[in-house]
Design a protein. Structure first.
Length: 105
């Protein structure tokens, strides 16, 4: 009976391993999360300060609390195009065509 339970447990573990590996691979392929990007930015900022490694934890903690998550390039472009449209004074019905043209540049 004990051998049967051990064999079943082993078989389950072997069958579950490829599914877990696929989940991990798909998560890695999707790119870094916002938090990971924020951490990378704070880490680069710390390296630029030239401070000793012993000060890193306090620096990172403070940086992660205060640094807003950076907008993506596309979000920045959309904000600029939206502001440009508002400046034209055109009616809202023309916004979609304006935004499409502006974002394609």
């Amino acid at each position: 009976m004990n051998k049967l339970l051990t064999a079943l447990s082993l078989a389950f573990a072997v069958l579950a391993l490829p599914a877990h590996a696929a989940d991990a691979a798909s998560a890695a392929a999707s790119g870094p999360t916002k938090q990971q990007s924020k951490m990378a930015t704070c880490s680069a900022d710390f390296k630029a300060t030239g401070k000793a490694g012993s000060e890193r934890q306090a620096f990172m903690s403070e940086c992660l609390k205060n640094k807003p998550v950076a907008a993506t390039k596309q979000q920045g472009k959309m904000a600029t195009c939206s502001a440009d449209f508002k400046a034209t004074g055109k009616p809202g019905t023309e916004r979609q065509a304006f935004m499409k043209e502006c974002l394609s540049k």
